[in-house]
Write a protein that binds this ligand. Structure first.
Ligand SMILES: Cc1cc2nc3c(=O)[nH]c(=O)nc-3n(C[C@H](O)[C@H](O)[C@H](O)COP(=O)(O)OP(=O)(O)OC[C@H]3O[C@@H](n4cnc5c(N)ncnc54)[C@H](O)[C@@H]3O)c2cc1C
Length: 458
């Protein structure tokens, strides 16, 4: 057994763990990242992925170049299922090679002084007097015992550290349920024939999209709850609606979390970031930049706590408060509201695309860049007669409108509660009791929709 001593142990060298290690190493702390896989393999199961261009500056990451940058995409278009109507927003998204991006992030973290050990798997947190004091891990060269002041779970969707912890109100330790995951299935198509829209094209009804991939190929992908087989069938159903054909050259996929984050992301000596904390964008499951937002806060808070040598829950609490009051509150709203919107029928979504102001360029931009469902009162008022006419003529079911209003109210209440996330752990218990019943309602609505999809595609 080899023994090591560092300030911070980070479990997982994905985008979240590596970015956090980079930031903390830059701040002068000894960081050790443990990765169970080979570093060369990271990102290969995903291949091409997207990041908003403006995020690079925000997170202090140089822009990609050369083979890492596949395409610079200038627009995102949301389409009605019948392809008759669309809303196009102009902002740049970079289509990149994930393995190359991972290699670059690893090199930044190492240059800043972080150490990354590959093929080393986290086993358990070592505790002293109830406080985390390090981790035990095992690798190809034997077992390792690391002593540290802070342990970070950045191990992805299965939350290896989080789920190994004893029951506590501060870090939920339940493993993610199948019904809280979205299977992303993507095919890369060549030999394209027909009319292909420019850049990124998004289809709410199938949680589907197509966009350029490597070379001249095109990714045609969908999200589907829980079932890999269902995801393939949903992708075929989506592909059949497209105004072009192509030959599937390869396919890839994986799981993303699709549920609320744990109500607290930390406890004394512990933090959770990235997919391990379900910090993905609720409208499309992307989780790289949304996790960087949390990692940037976590790095500042941890650096401050390490400088004072105070790693108590109270000292780390600003990570919870700062994350949840801002991005966390917006995501809580979207996570609760989205199922009522995406579960509308194809015909209802087609109809809504014809109502001015519902799907707009500004709305598409605001959703993707600010995580807001924007609708100014004047536009909403103008669209009211058209919406009422839709109900009267059967294009919009009253039940759908009622579900949107009901979940919209739950979502708005959740957002307000998260915007007032407790400043101090002492108020956390009472706050958690207020949000839990609201999440139960939101989860029941989402699970109902997911079960319907599973019946449809299995
Ligand atoms: C098909 C697909 C396409 C996607 N496309 C996009 C996209 O275009 N844009 C976007 O923003 N997001 C996208 N996502 C989501 C994005 O990939 C994730 O949100 C992001 O990778 C999460 O990063 P992470 O570091 O938190 O977790 P991960 O990337 O999962 O990294 C966790 C790491 O921890 C390691 N680990 C796990 N257990 C242990 C252990 N016990 N010991 C040591 N190491 C361990 C794992 O091997 C892994 O390397 C996509 C996801 C999928 C599945």
């Amino acid at each position: 057994m080899s023994v090591r001593e560092v300030d911070v142990t980070i479990v997982g060298a994905g985008t979240s763990g590596t970015y956090l290690a980079w930031r903390l190493a830059e701040a002068g702390y000894r960081c050790l990242v443990l990765e169970k896989d080979e570093l060369e393999n990271l990102g290969t199961r995903i291949g091409p992925f997207h990041m908003e261009e403006e995020a690079f500056e925000r997170f202090g990451i140089p822009l990609p170049e050369g083979e890492e940058l596949l395409h610079r995409l200038e627009t995102i278009t949301m389409w009605s299922p019948d392809h008759r109507n669309r809303a196009t927003a102009r902002f740049a998204t970079l289509d990149m090679d994930k393995p190359a991006f991972m290699r670059r992030l690893h090199s930044y973290a190492r240059k800043a002084g972080a150490e990354i050990l590959e093929k080393v798997e986290f086993r358990r947190v070592i505790r002293e007097k109830g406080f985390p004091a390090g981790v035990e891990a095992s690798g190809s060269e034997g077992d390792i015992e690391v002593t540290c002041r802070l342990v970070v779970d950045a191990s992805g969707i299965d939350g290896a550290v989080r789920t190994s912890l004893p029951d506590s109100p501060w870090i939920e330790n339940d493993p993610i349920a199948d019904l809280d995951t979205l299977i992303v299935y993507m095919e890369s198509w060549g030999d394209l024939q027909g009319e292909v829209g420019a850049d990124i094209n998004s289809f709410l009804h199938f949680q589907g999209w197509y966009a350029p991939s490597y070379g001249d190929e095109l990714i045609v992908g969908v999200g589907m709850p829980a079932s890999p087989e269902g995801a393939r069938k949903r992708q075929q159903a989506f592909a059949a609606t497209l105004p072009f054909t192509g030959r599937a050259v390869s396919s890839t996929g994986g799981r993303v979390p699709y549920r609320r984050p744990p109500l607290s992301l930390l406890d004394s000596g512990l933090m959770v970031v990235g997919d391990a904390a379900f910090l993905n964008k609720p409208f499309n499951g992307e989780g790289v930049t949304s996790a960087f937002t949390a990692c940037a806060i976590a790095a500042e808070v941890a650096a401050d706590a390490l400088a004072r040598d105070d790693l108590t829950r109270e000292a780390l609490w600003p990570y919870n408060a700062r994350y949840f009051r801002d991005q966390g509150a917006k995501f809580a709203f979207l996570a609760a509201a989205m199922p009522a919107v995406v579960s509308l029928s194809q015909e209802e979504i087609d109809f809504l695309f014809t109502v001015p102001g519902i799907f707009s360029e500004e709305g598409t931009r605001a959703l993707n860049l600010e995580y807001e469902l924007k609708s100014d009162p004047a536009t909403a008022l103008r669209s009211l007669p058209a919406l009422l006419a839709g109900i009267a003529t059967g294009k919009l079911r009253p039940g759908s409108v009622a579900a949107i209003v009901k979940m919209g109210m739950t979502a708005a209440t959740l957002r307000k509660l998260y915007e007032a996330y407790p400043e101090h752990p002492v108020a956390f218990g009472a706050w958690a009791e207020k949000v839990k019943p609201l999440w139960e309602k939101a989860d029941a609505a989402r699970h109902g929709y997911f079960r319907r999809l599973l019946r449809e595609y299995e």
